[in-house]
Ligand binder design. Structure first.
Ligand code: DGJ
Length: 551
């Protein structure tokens, strides 16, 4: 009797411990009601100032030991690291998590958070990260095939054996993390698979897939998704997306039982007018959101991997009322810093991350480090300081082909332009393409703004002044430009009525860890065009505090 009681007590204790592990993890959440929307770790908001490692950067302990400190030195607070199935389960059923442990330990030593990327059944559509025992056994783990019956290096999403093997490895990994990381919360998010999607064919035509095609729920989405139904590739994409989302959802349900952090999926984008199958068909693409959102509710967000032109357009597609923006991959380049600022400022993204940042030259990563330095200061202010709870921010991203952004803010108008629109910087006209300019603009009060960025110039007006605008081209000396060939015409002023906005002062400031703003230097005279604007040159990153007045 005593022994039965003891066993019973032990079982209760084990159950309690498991619940503790889970409830501790439930504290890593995406708070979509907070302002700004953010990831909360242990109740504290954090912006993921991230960077994704190149694919093979974390495949041995020595590399992990050297790469993570470098990432911390770049000012990242989060590193996205592949968790590779083949290295984790080289023999079926035998797991080795030593690389995962090393990543977590070294991340902690360097004050970093980790997002693990599950390179499981699919990585960039392909099944190249599946272990060899899985790859070889195509009978047990069947391949997707083209319409012509050609097998692809892509495991079939319709196979229960594929799902079970993938699930067992994924859940084992998450179990391991949960046990190792229940207190620290070093691991803050999990990416489920990597750029899931079909290439060469818009859908799987294997016998298992064919069975599903002729029956099932997926057809109802044909009425919801806006596609050209005369093109069978788009119909095939809807079918495949339904089953991809279902597969991922089943994986997420099992994963969440052991590790309750936000899960997300990333998309290879359907750029340059390509058709499904020419681009990875059926991934978490914006036009397929109705499927992904309804079929995979355990996935917190769908994320874009942005390598193509049109950065602003892509992020806008993924910052919707039902999808919080996170950019887990973007080309690492000299524009990465200002793109990060734009992403946070305009869309209140939870994170940003240039890809292969470990392999990128200092000329590119310098911009990321500078921009993240500004974002660290702003996030302290957002959450602890002056604007916590009543945040209004905008993002600027300006280029040679997109030079101006006008912000209407109550009775004020902010005219924001690329720095090179000021005609006196020789880099504006030397024939080189313009480096992008960008910033986060924060309204602190009716007459007070912060501008954090690089390569921008901002002037301020009242709405009534804007309506009565006089178009006069002004040179560096403040005199009207008397160039007869100038396209800008001077408009002779009529009667002016109403108020104007003037610049009280522009200060370069910094913000300390408790959200308190500190004076660095005043930007007056030539540095603010005798009170006409606030500006930050291309190649410099600054945080400006602008105080306005009306007259
Ligand atoms: C997107 C993938 O998600 C990454 O892992 C990587 O393969 C890049 N493309 C390209 O290098």
């Amino acid at each position: 009797m005593l022994t039965i009681k003891r066993i019973f007590l032990c079982l209760i204790l084990i159950a309690c411990q498991l619940t503790l592990v889970r409830s501790a993890y439930a504290q890593v959440v995406i708070d979509s009601k907070a302002s700004p929307r953010c990831l909360k770790v242990g109740g504290k908001p954090m912006l993921m100032l991230g960077g994704e490692l190149s694919n093979s950067a974390a495949t041995c302990k020595a590399d992990i030991d050297s790469v993570l400190p470098r990432m911390a030195a770049l000012g990242l607070n989060t590193v996205l690291v592949p968790a590779q199935w083949d290295l984790m389960e080289p023999k079926e059923g035998q797991f080795d998590f030593s690389l995962i442990d090393e990543t977590i330990d070294v991340a902690r030593q360097n004050g970093l958070k980790i997002v693990f990327l599950w390179f499981g059944a699919w990585k960039n559509s392909m099944s190249c990260y599946a272990p060899l025992w899985f790859k070889r056994d195509t009978k047990r783990f069947p391949r997707a095939t083209t319409e012509a019956g050609k097998p692809l290096e892509i495991a079939s999403a319709f196979s229960e054996n594929v799902f079970e093997a993938d699930k067992r490895a994924f859940v084992s990994l998450l179990n391991h993390i949960a046990a190792r990381d229940s207190k620290e919360h070093t691991v803050v998010m999990i990416q489920v698979e990597n750029e899931i999607g079909m290439l060469e064919s818009a859908r799987d035509h294997s016998s298992l897939a064919e069975k599903a095609y002729h029956s099932g729920q997926w057809r109802k989405f044909l009425h919801v998704i806006n596609i050209d139904k005369r093109d069978s590739r788009f119909v095939d994409e809807v079918f495949q997306a339904y089953y991809n989302a279902r597969y991922v959802e089943r994986l997420a349900i099992e994963g969440k039982k052991v590790l309750d952090v936000p899960f997300y999926v990333n998309a290879a984008l359907n750029s340059r007018g390509r058709k499904p199958g020419e681009y990875p068909s059926a991934g978490p693409l914006a036009h397929l959101f109705p499927i992904w959102k309804s079929v995979a509710p355990h996935i917190s967000l769908c994320a874009p991997d942005i390598y193509d032109t049109g950065f602003k357009g892509w992020v806008a597609q993924y910052a919707t009322s039902n999808n919080i923006l996170f950019v887990p991959e973007s080309r690492c380049c000299v524009n990465s810093g200002v793109r990060a600022l734009y992403t946070f400022g305009e869309h209140q993204a939870v994170g940003f991350s240039p890809f292969a940042i470990d392999q990128s030259p200092e000329t590119d990563t310098w911009h990321v480090r500078k921009a993240y330095g500004l974002m660290r200061q702003l996030s302290d202010l957002f959450y602890k300081g002056a604007c916590a709870g009543r945040l209004m921010t905008w993002g600027l991203l300006l280029s040679q082909g997109d030079k101006e952004r006008i912000i209407f803010d109550g009775d004020k108008v902010l005219t924001c332009r690329h720095y090179f629109t000021l005609p006196w910087d020789p880099r504006a006209t030397n024939g080189e393409p313009w480096q992008e300019g960008g910033a986060v603009v924060v309204r602190l009060a009716d007459d007070e703004y912060l501008i954090a960025g690089s390569g921008v110039v901002v002037s301020f007006q009242t709405v009534e002044e804007k309506q009565q605008e006089e178009s006069v081209s002004i040179g560096e000396d403040g005199f009207a430009v008397s160039d007869a060939g100038s396209k800008e015409k001077s408009v002779i002023s009529r009667t002016f009525s109403g108020h104007r906005v003037g610049i009280g002062y522009v200060d370069e400031v910094s913000i300390d860890a408790s959200g308190v703003m500190k004076y660095v230097r005043r930007e007056n005279g030539d540095q603010n065009h005798q009170g006409r604007h606030a500006r930050i040159p291309v190649g410099e990153y600054k945080l400006l505090h602008v105080k306005l007045y009306k007259y």
